[in-house]
Each structure stands twice: as C-alpha cells, then as structure tokens.
Design a protein around this ligand. Sequence first.
Ligand code: UGY
Ligand code: MN
Length: 262
Amino acid sequence: MTLTPFGHTRTRVTPTHALLSPDGHVATRLPGWEATDTVVLISPQLGARFTQLLAHLGAGGAWSGAVPGGLERFVFVVAGEVVLALAGETHALPPHGYAYVPPETPHTLRAAAPATLCVFERRYVPLDGASRSSALAEGPVALTSAPEVVVGNAAEVPGEPFLGDEGVRVRKLLPEARAFDLMVSTMTFAPGSSLPYAETHVMEHGLLMLAGGGVYRLAESWYPVAAGDAIYMAPYCPQWFGALGKVPSTYLLYKDAPREPF
Ligand code: UGY
Ligand code: MN
C-alpha cells in the first residue's frame, strides 16, 4: 500500500454514502479467520443492513465453521485462489470465482498462497412475514425459505446489456429467485459509457471497484474512483457512474432484494 502523506485520504463518510479508498484501510483479526487480515469496509456501524469486508488470507489462511448470528455469506475472489469445502464437496475458486453460503451452513475456505476475498454478509430475511428490519433482529434466523448453495465464476456468466445499452454489461451472479434477499452482480462499462440516469432507490448498495475507474456521483458529490475503492450507498442515495480511461471499468455490486412490508 502506498501511504499518502500530510494526512490526506480520498475516503469520505457521509450520512448517505461512504467512499472507502485503500489509503485508509486498517486491518484487524476477526474470530473464525486464521492467518487472515480483514478490513471491514461496510457494517451496521455505518448504518448498513449488511457487512462488506476484504479478507486478505496469507499462505495457509482459512475460515472454518458456520457464520455466527444466522448470517448468510457471499464470497467473491478478488485475487489468488481459495478452496471452498461445503457439504462434502470441494470447489477451487479462482479469481472472480464466487459462492453463496446460506445461514447456519458449516464450510471452510482455505488459501495455499495469499488470496483476497470480498465478503458480503447479512442476516437472512425470509420471504414469509418478514420486514426489512428483520435484518437487524436477534435470535434464531427463520430458514423456512432460505436459498441453496450457489458456486460459480463471474467470467462464465453471460453479460447482458444494462437497460438496452451494449456499452454497459451486467452479470447477475445469483439466480433471480424470490428466496434470495440479496443480489450480487458485476457491472462492466466500456470507456466513456455510463449509467443511463442518476438512480435513486430504497435498496442499499455495497460496491468494490475491480478494474478501471471513472467518476461516481453520490448524492451531491462527484468522486474520482479506481480499482480497490469501495462504496456504501444508503437507501435513497442518488447515484450515477461514468467510466473514464482506455480500459473497461468493472465493479462488484451488492444490493438487497426488497421484502414487503417496509
Ligand atoms: O441496478 C442498480 O441498482 C445499479 N445500476 N446501481 C448502480 O450501479 N449504482
Ligand atoms: Mn443502484
């Protein structure tokens, strides 16, 4: 990491959004992770209903067990390779490989050589009789409608034009089944392409820039962003992205799937 002198950082934290640039990362050791430095980027402490963290696994780094607290987990390999073992099966996850692990599901993740994961976790909100605030409830999680395990690789997911624009491709990494209370996708922008309009919606986002860069509008601010930057967008945060540079820009995007009533 290149340190920025004189107290400068590109990180900004506001009530409607946060830009978390790598120059401000502070690693910590979290229970359950061995030989792994974790950087908690987004959490309920920021007002979010989910957590987004980077897990930097050293050689021999590992997770083992179910995620405590009834949390579901989505793992995306940013760099390196990890092996996921779950329900008697093993899956090698290369860069841009991913897995969805339902709540209360024991699993292991192991890295033989250094690897970096982007991990999203949230308390599963079932379809029946739930409200969005159930994501913050305590006690046993209702698993009546919980989805199944999903393992895949973003490189093998076909990119669809976003709202008819061939310059913006979305890859949906999870099935669009109602059982899922979250959506994770990658969005890839040809240089000079942008979101067609400034979106404002009740769903919240967690984002990690994977490649390229551009300008992200968040509420009333426009930020230059590049690979490695993370963004939290609270519900109703106006948002827009325009890609700059000579190579395509790609980001990984978490979004909650609305449950009614609100
Ligand atoms: O669909 C979305 O919510 C997505 N286009 N938002 C975003 O990229 N900020
Ligand atoms: Mn959006």
